[in-house]
Ligand binder design. Structure first.
Ligand code: GDP
Ligand code: MG
Length: 347
């Protein structure tokens, strides 16, 4: 899929992808940075002003870390993961998005059958009322390709833990792909410069120590590393499912393109001999067209209206009338005799 994307296939065909949606400050950026290991802009209020497409690629240790950020006509190469956050902030400041336009873009992406939708919902919010889940349900009513992610389990109201557990166990709003619960870096952790790696350790400790949520860890429904594992297998399964359709679509497009290409004849010659043959062939075809025309035959393109043959017949008729009018009997008879049979032959 990466190779297809690198070829630019995405312009023509939808490729399997994962979309992360969620209401403001639900923890999307936090989940993405925990999964990718790259710090992203996040915080309270609207921090991410526009949708962000993340493309991750595995490199060998020798290749090291390499990054690339592009928006509008900017295309930057990054050498270190620490540069990502600053550059994304810069990018977001230079792109203006109306809220309506952003919603339309999100809908377009999550509506595609090829997209797995991750709906991020804070554990301390009533999941049924979140806009993101509503949007996902609109495009995927059966919940076939929607996965719920609960965040901020450390901020749950005391006494409501069991209902959070029920949601994660898929007992409240059923989704075929189920739910996962993760704990990411809170505002305090960020102020304390807690690294992403330590945050993963803290997360595990949190679930092990929490008497209500411990069970979810045993059931493999909690923590970022397990979420990464689940997403990988879901994406692979999704890709396997989409490949036959993708192949079919590619074949149909290929066939169309080949037909179109055939219309333009042979490709451009490169060597001297090829050029010579190309030229000779063009002259031959030109001569052939001339020959056809002198015979009153012609190859017509669909959009040409007047047929040479019809036109000539009319011209002959007019000419015949002129001859008739002007011929002093006998004077042009000889000419008439020669022309008239020719005229009937053509007609
Ligand atoms: P986004 O708007 O959906 O991208 O949300 P952010 O990822 O920017 O997160 C909003 C705020 O919630 C940030 O201050 C995060 O530090 C905080 N946050 C995210 N996940 C958690 C979590 O699991 N626990 C706590 N306590 N805070 C979190
Ligand atoms: Mg964000």
């Amino acid at each position: 899929i990466d190779s297809l994307r690198a070829l630019g296939v995405e312009k023509d065909l939808a490729l399997p992808a994962i979309a992360v949606i969620g209401d403001q400050s639900s923890g999307k950026s936090s989940v993405l940075e925990a999964l990718s290991g790259v710090a992203l802009p996040r915080g309270s209020g609207i921090v991410t002003r526009c949708p962000l497409a993340l493309r991750l690629k595995k490199m060998t240790r020798a290749q090291g870390w390499k990054g690339n950020i592009s928006y509008l006509d900017v295309n930057l190469k990054l050498q270190d993961p620490s540069e990502v956050e600053k550059e994304i902030r810069k990018g977001e400041c230079s792109i203006f998005h109306s809220e309506k336009g952003i919603k339309r873009l999100i809908k377009k992406i999550i509506a595609k059958e090829e997209t797995i939708n991750l709906v991020v919902v804070p554990s301390n919010v009533d999941i049924a009322t979140t806009e993101a889940l509503k949007m996902a349900q609109e495009v995927d009513p059966e919940g076939e390709r929607t996965l719920g992610i609960l965040t901020k389990p450390d901020l749950v109201d005391k006494g409501t833990e069991e209902s959070v557990v029920d949601i994660v166990r898929n007992l409240i709003i059923h989704l075929k792909k189920g739910y996962m619960i993760v704990k990411c870096r809170g505002q305090q952790d960020i102020q304390k410069n807690l690294s992403l790696a330590s945050a993963i350790q803290n997360e595990r400790a949190f679930f092990e120590e929490n008497e209500h949520f411990r069970i979810l860890l045993d059931e493999k429904r909690a923590t970022v590393p397990l979420l990464a594992e689940k997403l990988t297998s879901e994406l692979v399964e999704h890709i396997n499912k989409s490949l036959p359709t993708l192949e079919e679509q590619i074949n149909t497009q290929l066939q169309k393109a080949t037909q179109e290409l055939c219309k333009y004849g042979k490709s451009i010659p490169e060597t001297q001999t090829e050029k010579l043959f190309f030229l000779i062939d063009k002259i031959r075809l030109f001569n052939q067209d001339l020959m056809y025309s002198t015979h009153g035959e012609e190859k017509l393109h669909d959009d040409e209206q007047v047929k040479l043959f019809t036109k000539i017949r009319q011209e002959f008729q007019k000419w015949g009338e002129i001859l008739d009018k002007n011929s002093v009997k006998g004077k042009y008879r000889a000419a008439n005799l020669r022309i008239v049979p020719l005229y009937y032959q053509w007609k």
